[in-house]
Design a protein. Structure first.
Length: 274
């Protein structure tokens, strides 16, 4: 009993420390963003006169309304397509199990080891040959492909744990494979699908490397990629740079906070088992 209480106490202390390490950088950014433009603030001391106008200046100077629209377009091009393809592939590998599904599974598994940095140069030349450089397609198409290994493994792990009795009962009632997929398995897969959608949204929004390498126009990049151009323009103005960084981070924080229960529910229901 004493050991259990001690373990609980240690777990809570570790969680508090982890929370502090996570929150302190954001607090530092926020406090620094409130200082006068052009200054070099130190520590965590609040300014006597908070400069809330830094956020307005950063939003206007970086043309963030245009960047926001570009990020939304990229999200709409990546997330729905990646979800659709990975759900079909995951259903096939996890439930239908066609001939050769083990080899295909291993191929996707090996794809998880492929880092983004290792394919940037080949992607650059491929996009140049296709005439897609400096367009949003140069970000959308590679991201869909690069997300496939994880997304397919995620959905396969869900479908492989679905009871076969449901499919057998549907087959007896005359359901086709497509009806089995759309009317039974997809509705039961909403926790896994929603959590995967959240992950894909966050990863796409925060995509930095591909955006700055494949697209020169900041207005056609993701919000995180546009930060590179903003940093080059305002790199010496630390408060303004911190204000811009917080504005770029805000949508991802809001999305995660709003959908965190759905994400945790998917994990608890075994979306990543198998």
């Amino acid at each position: 009993m004493i050991t259990s209480s001690r373990e609980t106490w240690l777990g809570r202390v570790l969680l508090v420390l982890l929370m502090v390490f996570t929150i302190v950088p954001f607090v530092t950014l926020f406090i620094t963003a409130l200082h006068a433009p052009g200054t070099y603030p130190g520590g965590l001391s609040l300014p006597e006169t908070p400069h809330w106008s830094n956020f307005v200046t950063a939003f206007q100077s970086a043309n963030m309304a245009e960047m926001l629209a570009s990020s939304v377009l990229i999200e709409l091009g990546v997330v729905p397509v990646a979800l659709f393809i990975s759900t079909l592939a995951g259903f096939s590998l996890g439930h239908l199990r066609p001939p050769g599904h083990r080899a295909i599974f291993i191929a996707f598994l090996l794809g998880l080891t492929l880092p983004f940095e290792g394919v940037v140069v080949p992607l650059y030349y491929q996009m140049r040959e296709l005439g897609l450089l400096n367009t949003r397609w140069a970000i959308i198409l590679p991201l869909i492909g690069l997300y496939m290994p994880f997304a397919v493994m995620w959905m396969r792990a869900h479908f492989v744990n679905m009871p076969d009795d449901l499919s057998e009962a549907a087959r007896i009632d005359g359901a086709s494979t497509w009806q089995l997929f759309t009317r039974i398995h997809v509705p039961l897969s909403m926790p896994a699908l929603s959590s995967l959608a959240i992950l894909l949204f966050l990863w796409t929004w925060n995509q930095f490397l591909l955006a700055i390498v494949l697209v020169d126009d900041p207005a056609k990049r993701t919000m995180a990629g546009a930060l590179g151009a903003f940093q080059g323009q305002w790199g010496t103005d630390i408060p303004l740079l911190c204000a811009g960084s917080l504005l770029i981070l805000t949508p991802t924080l809001v999305v995660f906070l709003v959908f965190q229960r759905r994400f945790v529910t998917a994990l608890m229901q075994g979306a990543v088992k198998g």
